[in-house]
Design a protein around this ligand. Structure first.
Ligand code: 5GP
Ligand code: MG
Length: 183
């Protein structure tokens, strides 16, 4: 039903912890240096936002610094939607302190064509001007259609276009896990 297991429940926890360490190291958010940009995690709903909260919790645990968290609903910015969605931007929440001059880390569950991230960059522009933007994804399944890459990758998974990654997270699904499903 769920397909071939790529990450077990405990693998997901370990992967998120590793990504948190990498974010701390690459952003130097715990350096205490006032020149270092404030780090803000912005999740792409639904599971990207959940992952952003998980990452923020681990980052705080490991570094003592809790990054601000926001979420960005990119539905209205997609360039490949034929009809306008009826849903408003209800799932967008601007992080405390905004994004101006911050180091924004966009967070999503799966990176595929790159179009969602491109849309998120458009959406971000309406919130302010970050100093820099990075990207964290739990799974990179390939098949990019735009020149976009992730700075932090939980797991690279070569996929066929016909396959589908199933990402289970405790908050939504009662347990963690990542599966490869054949359509
Ligand atoms: P992209 O815009 O890069 O083509 O696709 C990325 C977005 O679509 C992400 O927000 C992700 O949640 C969703 N997505 C794309 N492919 C998959 C997949 O195989 N599994 C899951 N769970 N989500 C996917
Ligand atoms: Mg998504």
């Amino acid at each position: 039903e769920t397909g071939r297991e790529l990450l077990s429940d405990s693998d997901v926890g370990r992967t998120i912890a590793r990504m948190a360490h990498q974010i701390i190291e690459k952003t130097a958010l715990d350096s205490g240096d006032p020149q270092v940009a404030r780090v803000v995690l912005i999740g792409i709903p639904t599971r990207g936002t959940t992952l952003a909260h998980r990452l923020a919790g681990r980052i705080e645990e490991f570094s003592g610094v809790r990054p601000a968290i926001g979420s960005l609903d990119i539905t209205l910015y997609r360039d490949d939607l034929r009809s306008k969605p009826h849903r408003p931007l209800e799932r967008t929440s601007v992080p405390e302190g905004g994004v101006e001059d911050a180091l924004v880390v966009l967070v999503d569950d799966v990176l595929f064509s790159g179009r969602t991230v491109r849309s998120a960059l458009d959406g971000l522009r309406d919130l302010g001007r970050p100093r820099a933007v990075q990207l964290a994804v739990l799974i990179d399944r390939g098949h990019r259609e735009l020149p976009i890459r992730a700075d932090y990758v939980g797991k690279n998974v070569p996929t066929a276009r016909t396959e589908d990654i199933s990402v289970l997270l405790r908050e939504h699904d009662g347990r963690d896990g990542v599966y490869l499903r054949q359509e």
